[in-house]
Write a protein that binds this ligand. Structure first.
Ligand code: MTE
Ligand code: MO
Length: 199
């Protein structure tokens, strides 16, 4: 009698606990950009947070790179159904950037060099859930993946992780960005399969 214990056969892919519904695993790193890759010289780069009261908090590249940074390993989930697990980044936590920002706004509108926008609740940027990442896999973040720096919000579909990020506008209302206006979900939780408006 052959007794085969599942414990010895490894974890079947379909049961991959880190894979949200409707996603498949990929080991390469696809590039998804709605337009051309903007080239942002570091001597003109800045990251700016504007509050609902019009207060501006801005960091040029030098000031940004002097902020405490951390290494993180996260899973990426694109709404086009690929997921990439265990990716390594280095970035500045949004907790650090928002530390001295006084606001009662509940939402953030994210703007990128090149014109891309997206939106999310401000609380999704806090408590160790989001970073402005400037290294991927130990190297400077490549321009096609959003270098010099991109937003990284791995618990939401990857369209929320704005490449070439330029800043945040804090707003009382949730204002749909580029893909949200085109019919994608206003929030985009991959675990609840919130791909399109109405999901
Ligand atoms: N500025 C900008 N950010 C963007 C996009 C874009 O077109 N422009 N595409 C989004 C989408 S749909 C995805 S899936 C990811 C892709 O990131 P990658 O090209 O590094 O894989 O970037 C997101 N951030
Ligand atoms: Mo995407």
């Amino acid at each position: 009698m052959a007794l085969i214990s599942r414990g010895f056969s490894g974890r079947p892919r379909s049961d991959e606990p880190d894979l949200p519904p409707g996603q498949y695993l990929t080991s390469d790193f696809p590039v998804l950009s709605a337009g051309p890759t903007p080239r942002v010289p570091l001597d003109t780069w800045a990251f700016t947070i504007v509050t609902e009261a019009g207060e501006r908090h801005s960091w040029d590249w030098k000031a940004f790179r002097q902020l405490p940074a951390e290494d993180l390993t996260v899973d990426l989930h694109c709404v086009t159904r690929w997921s990439k697990l265990g990716t390594s980044w280095r970035g500045v936590s949004l907790d650090t950037l928002l530390e001295d920002v006084e606001t009662a706004a509940e939402y953030a509108h994210v703007r990128s060099y090149g014109g891309y926008t997206t939106n999310l609740p401000l609380e999704d940027l806090l408590d160790g859930q989001a970073w402005i990442a400037f290294e991927y896999d130990g190297e400077d973040l490549a321009p096609e993946h959003g270098g010099p720096a991109r937003l990284l919000v791995p618990h939401l579909y990857l369209w929320k992780s704005a490449k070439w990020v330029q800043g945040l506008i804090l707003t009382p209302e949730d204002e749909p960005g580029f893909w949200e206006t085109a019919g994608y979900h206003i929030y985009g939780d991959p675990w609840r399969e919130q791909r399109y408006a109405g999901d």
